[in-house]
Design a protein around this ligand. Structure first.
Ligand SMILES: [Zn+2]
Length: 207
């Protein structure tokens, strides 16, 4: 056992990449991209599928806000057999937990090491969802206002409240359905805005 994880993690034999501590767990900064303020903000109905993956600015009114919840970013496990730490990057809203230890020690000993999720060692991000609706003046006559879901992470949470008139910069992204809805939906996906920055115009519009 000469190989050792280069991040100084003594509690591993380095036989599997999942024993390496991902940089996200120690990262204390957040990166936010802001769309140039010279850009005219889109109304929600102007944001079409062709903008997927792009940075956009939208204007609207916040109609609903979820509570701020912890979202797992890195799951940390320890093995009952070998005691090694195992890390799992979580990149989606849902993830498949690991159950079996991937270390060489457990493999050599022919043990199916049971992994225990360590909530206190895992890394969580603050996460909030909000619905943004088109402003009345942007809705063509005889149409219903459209709305968009915004995802707020980390320091972006608790920035908006229902009734706020806002301009949001963010990345327009698809969110695939999961579970049973995915079976019915096929190739169709919902979309959301990964919010990067916000500008407020009016707090509590109409109150
Ligand atoms: Zn193990």
């Amino acid at each position: 056992m000469t190989q050792k994880a280069d991040d100084g993690n003594d509690n591993a034999d380095g036989s599997d990449p999942r024993q390496k501590m991902p940089p996200e767990i120690k990262r204390y900064y957040e990166v936010h991209i802001r769309a140039p303020s010279k850009w005219r903000p889109f109304t929600i109905r102007e944001v079409k599928a062709s903008y997927i993956g792009q940075l956009v600015r939208i204007s609207g009114i916040v109609t609903r806000c979820s509570d701020v919840k912890p979202l797992m970013q890195v799951a940390v496990y320890t093995c009952e057999e070998c005691g090694y730490e195992i890390f799992q990057d979580v990149t989606a809203r849902v993830f498949m937990p690991l159950f079996e230890c991937p270390s060489k020690l457990c493999f050599v000993n022919r043990k199916k090491g049971n992994l225990i999720l360590q909530l206190r060692a895992s890394k969580f991000l603050k996460f909030q969802e909000a619905k943004i609706q088109e402003l009345a003046e942007h809705v063509p006559k005889g149409h219903i206002p459209r709305s968009m879901t915004g995802h707020f992470r980390g320091e972006m949470t608790r920035k908006v409240a229902p009734g706020d008139v806002v301009e949001l910069s963010g990345i327009f992204l698809p969110i695939p359905y999961t579970g049973f809805r995915a079976m019915r939906a096929g190739l169709v996906a919902d979309t959301y805005l990964e919010v990067m920055s916000d500008t407020h115009f009016k707090k509590k519009y109409g109150v």
